[in-house]
Design a binder for this molecule. Sequence first.
Ligand code: ADP
Length: 447
Amino acid sequence: MYKPSNKIISIYLVIGILWILVSDRSFAYFGFNGDSILFQTLKGIGFIVASGALFWVMLRRYENKNQKYLNRLKNITEELTLSNNRYTVVTKATNNIIWDWDFKKGRVIWGESLTRIFGYPELENHSTWWTNKIHPEDKERVAKRFDKFIETSNKEKWSDEYRIITESGDIRYIYDRGYILFNKKGKPLRMIGSLEDITERKINEEQLKQLNLQLNKRMEELAVSNAELEQFAYIASHDLQEPLRMITRFLSEIQRKYNDKLDDKGKEYIHYAVDGSHRMRNLILDLLEYSRVGKFDQTIETIDLNTLIEEVVNYHETFIKESKAIIKWSHLPTIQNRKTPIQLVFQNLISNALKYHSESEPPLIEITYQDLDNRWLFLVKDNGIGIDPMFSEKIFVIFQRLHAKHEYSGTGIGLAICKKIIEAQGGKIWVESEEGQGSTFYFTVSK
Ligand code: ADP
């Protein structure tokens, strides 16, 4: 509330004293003097009028200032009520629990969500009340960190993660953060903050961590078993060659030396045995090749794919001429990779596209690409016999074929080698096809 200023009181005192000093003289000047009743009355009236006027001025000023003060007070009260309402609504609406800690009184006021989320009905309590709700295993750590934060007192924002025990005895994970207010001397006065229940997030994180651990373990196991399998395949195929060579050699010897002593059945059996041993040799060689994929100790080089495809096409020159095949490619990119594996991939896909061509028209093969930011996607498209979509995964498995040997030659290793090469580089290979509609093989390679 506005108080009359000392200035007004001083003016009033000065006028009063001056009135006493000068009123007699002034009245005498106008011919009024002596102690006549009229003179005294006029003097009194004069004083009353002068002091009344002064009081009236004072009162007006006082009233005006008071009115302004009251208006300001009203505005501030309205603003305060509004912001208080906003605060109350926020504490009710939010899923966070708002808290307000008065350091001087040592009291904390909690938002209503405290009851809704953790079940505690006490919305005003002493600061130690909350500390006692912290999980015993986290209590000391949280207290130490908080004390250190207060001691250093140069930061305004504090946050921590810990577990609390709810009214019903459950354990919840929370993220607690606060904003501290200091006085001019740097002493903490008040802290306002919010608690967030992050239990679901924590559980998900934990599950994800466990899953990742399991995955890493599985991957390690798989890598070990893959390496062992490759080693086994290599040794087996390598060592099997020698006894097989012996079998084939002695069978051929029997065929050569005792041919005239054998009857037709014997000749037929030996023919099957020789054929079987040849097929077994091919399989062993394929297995050896497959187990060697990934062991290319070539350095990475810049490969112009246009030149590489040309080399592959030249390799198939005779067949291309005979079958009137057309192979199209243009402006293929240059990549950084090891040449042999990349050449093997194109070689296998192109020779398949030539091999599995349709009887009705000459093979037409198109090699194109798409830019996928950090990778290239290559497409090898043919107009051949196509593949039933139900076999689109099976054909990439080692020794899996869709045709008998007398229909199309091969052992079923080409696509398995492509898959192994591409996946070892983090890429993908797949096919899109329909029977009788041609096939498109896709694979990605890093730039
Ligand atoms: P192989 O050609 O020796 O049988 P692959 O692993 O190269 O072995 O191919 C596996 C199978 O996939 C083949 O037997 C064939 O049935 C099918 N295949 C591969 N490429 C094509 C193609 N371009 N068109 C039709 N079928 C194909």
